[in-house]
Design a protein around this ligand. Structure first.
Ligand code: NDP
Length: 289
C-alpha cells in the first residue's frame, strides 16, 4: 500500500505557482471569496484559502454577507465583482443557506472569473473536452493526484460514489475524457443504487464522495485498488482542542491494507482542492491579460 500524500503534492503545486506569480510584473492576480453566514466549516475553508493565496502572492478579498441575505441581494454582490476589472476570480463558498438556489448563483458568476468551475458554461465545456474550461477544484485535484502518481486509467473501471455537481459528476467526466488521465470506464453510484457493493468491488479506482463517515469498508474494495477518499466529515472529539476531528468516507484502517494507493483524510484530496483553486485563479488572471 502506498499513501498518496496530498499535502506534499499540493505544496509542490503551490511552490510552482509562487514562482509563476513572482514573475508577474504589475498588478497580481486577485480572487474574491464570498461567504454567506458563519457556518464553521465554511469559515475554516475560506480562511485556509486566504492563507494559501497570501503565501503564493495572490491577492484575496473576503466579503462576508449575512445569513438572511436574499438571493437577489447576493446576485447583486456577485455582479459587482463580475464588473470589477481588478478581480480575476470569484468564489462563492458553498453550501449556501437553503433559501438561496446555489445553481442560480453559480450560473451568474462570470464564466471568465468562475475559478470554482460550477458555472454551466464551464461544466458544459468540460463535457465537450474544451481545454479552456475552469475545472472544479476538487475533481481537478483528484485528477492531478492520479497524474502525478502516474496511476494508469486507460481501460480501468472507475467507480464514483456520489453524483453531485461539485464532486461526483465532474470527476467522472474527467476520468472519461480521451487521453491520460482518462479513457476509463466510469460507473456512477448514488443513494438509489441497488447492491452498491457489487460495483465498488469491481473498481480499479474507487472515488468516495458521499459525506458518510467510514462508509466504505474493507469488504467493499478489490485487492490492489486505488482508493480516493473525498469525504470530509466533522466528528465530535472532546479530546481535541478544536472539539472535533475530520474523518473520510472510507474506513481507512480496513481499506488501506487492500489498496495499492489510498488518500488519507485529512491530508489527501482537501489540500489539492485549495491548490487547484490557486491554479485556476492564476489561469483566470492570465486569460484576462
Ligand atoms: P453531496 O451531499 O452534494 O452529494 C453526496 C452524494 O452521495 C449524492 O450523490 C448522494 O446520492 C450520494 N450518497 C449519499 N448517501 C449515499 C449512500 N448511502 N450510498 C450511495 N450514495 C450516497 O456531497 P458533495 O459531493 O458536495 O460532497 C461529498 C463529500 O465530499 C462530503 O463529505 C464533503 O464534505 C466532501 N467534500 C470534500 C472536498 C475536499 O476538498 N476534499 C470538497 C467538496 C466536498 P443522491 O444524489 O442520490 O442523494
Amino acid at each position: 500500500m502506498e499513501l498518496i500524500n496530498g499535502n506534499e503534492i499540493a505544496q509542490h503545486i503551490i511552490e510552482e505557482l509562487k514562482v509563476k506569480v513572482s514573475n508577474i510584473h504589475g498588478p497580481k492576480p486577485c480572487v474574491v471569496f464570498i461567504r454567506v453566514g458563519e457556518d464553521p466549516a465554511s469559515v475554516s475553508y475560506v480562511r485556509k484559502k486566504e492563507k494559501t493565496a497570501a503565501s503564493i502572492g495572490i491577492k484575496s478579498r473576503l466579503k462576508i454577507l449575512p445569513e438572511n441575505i436574499t438571493q437577489d441581494q447576493l446576485l447583486n454582490e456577485v455582479e459587482k465583482e463580475n464588473q470589477d476589472p481588478s478581480v480575476h476570480g470569484i468564489l462563492v463558498q458553498a453550501p449556501l443557506p437553503s433559501h438561496i438556489e446555489e445553481r442560480i448563483i453559480f450560473n451568474n458568476v462570470s464564466p471568465q472569473k468562475d475559478v470554482d468551475g460550477f458555472n454551466a458554461l464551464n461544466l458544459g465545456k468540460l463535457c465537450q473536452e474544451q481545454n479552456d474550461a475552469f475545472i472544479s477544484c476538487t475533481p481537478a485535484g483528484i485528477i492531478e493526484l492520479i497524474e502525478r502518481k502516474k496511476i494508469p486509467t486507460e481501460g480501468k473501471h472507475v467507480v464514483i460514489l456520489g453524483r453531485s455537481l461539485i464532486v461526483g459528476k465532474p470527476t467522472g467526466m474527467l476520468f472519461l475524457q480521451k487521453g491520460f488521465p482518462g479513457n476509463a470506464t466510469v460507473t456512477f453510484c448514488h443513494s438509489r443504487t441497488v447492491d452498491l457493493q457489487s460495483y465498488t468491488q469491481r473498481a480499479d479506482i474507487l472515488v468516495a464522495a458521499i459525506g458518510r463517515p467510514q462508509f466504505v469498508t474493507g469488504d467493499m474494495v478489490k485487492q490492489g485498488a486505488t482508493v480516493i477518499d473525498v469525504g470530509i466529515n466533522r466528528i465530535e472529539d472532546p479530546s481535541r482542542k478544536s472539539g472535533f476531528r475530520l474523518i473520510g468516507d472510507v474506513h481507512f484502517e480496513q481499506v488501506a491494507p487492500k489498496a495499492q494507493f489510498i488518500t488519507p483524510v485529512p491530508g489527501g484530496v482537501g489540500p489539492m482542492t485549495v491548490a487547484m483553486l490557486m491554479s485556476n485563479t492564476l489561469q483566470a488572471f492570465q486569460k484576462s491579460q
